[in-house]
Write a protein that binds this ligand. Structure first.
Ligand SMILES: CCCCCCCC(=O)SCCNC(=O)CCNC(=O)[C@H](O)C(C)(C)COP(=O)(O)OP(=O)(O)OC[C@H]1O[C@@H](n2cnc3c(N)ncnc32)[C@H](O)[C@@H]1OP(=O)(O)O
Length: 194
């Protein structure tokens, strides 16, 4: 069974997404937005170490290799970890829009079990934008970018101001990220256009 709830269907007056003129070129690696991010950061030993690459328009591809630390049932990826991989991939799309946004809703279909050691080939795109609401969809395939779908998700991201993080994040990490002397790294921690 599949299908998504009505809040994930763009309204009739939604617009097509517009790729930011300074978005990375198709094929370019996006790199981690924050080294402590569970989804993409290099400083998280049990993180997903997801690598996303810009695609055409407002789309991207990403790869996630399932490690033993990501198990739920013996030898199989945990469903919550797979949802995280989808969330991170979908969240990375906002960098192509240069919009700061957070996940409001994420609906996931788990179609096939995903073994430890396998590579999940993710593809995501923004389908529509309506005011602060960004609608997007993603699939994760096994065996290659054209392999069978193992997971898929539809999501609604909501545009926020940087205050969302500053006001709600733990002060230690906010301070450290804000004080990073590298201007690009400082901006990307919050996915803000530097
Ligand atoms: C730096 C990037 C990191 C990327 C990491 C990967 C992405 C993530 O995992 S982000 C972390 C997980 N997400 C969060 O922590 C978000 C927590 N939630 C919140 O902070 C708030 O609920 C937030 C910001 C989403 C919305 O609150 P707020 O700004 O007050 O918006 P609000 O006015 O309620 O809603 C705006 C619109 O979105 C809709 N909306 C908000 N939440 C939802 C939802 N869950 N489902 C459906 N619609 C929703 C509202 O109905 C409203 O629609 P309309 O404009 O048509 O009336």
């Amino acid at each position: 069974m599949s299908g998504s709830s009505s809040s994930l269907k763009p309204p009739a007056d939604a617009s097509a997404p517009v790729r930011h003129p300074e978005a990375p070129s198709p094929g370019e690696l996006l790199g981690a937005h924050y080294d402590q991010c569970f989804g993409c950061g290099g400083e998280q030993p049990h993180g997903l170490l997801l690598e996303a690459r810009a695609g055409e328009g407002v789309s991207l591809t990403a790869e996630f290799t399932v490690q033993p630390a990501h198990q739920g049932a013996p030898g199989l990826a945990h469903g919550g970890v797979l949802a995280s991989a989808l969330d991170e991939t979908l969240g990375s799309l906002n960098w192509l829009l240069r919009t700061i946004a957070v996940t409001g809703r994420l609906e996931t279909d788990f179609v096939r079990p995903v073994p430890v050691g396998s590579v999940l080939h993710l593809q995501a795109r923004v389908t529509a934008v309506a005011g602060r609401k960004i609608y997007s969809t993603a699939t994760g395939r096994l065996g290659g970018p054209d392999g069978p779908v193992a997971v898929r998700a539809d999501a609604l991201f909501i545009e926020v101001k940087v205050d969302h993080f500053v006001d709600n994040g733990r002060p230690e990490e906010i301070r450290a990220a804000m004080n990073d002397p590298d201007q690009v790294r400082r901006a990307r921690a919050f996915e803000v256009n530097p």
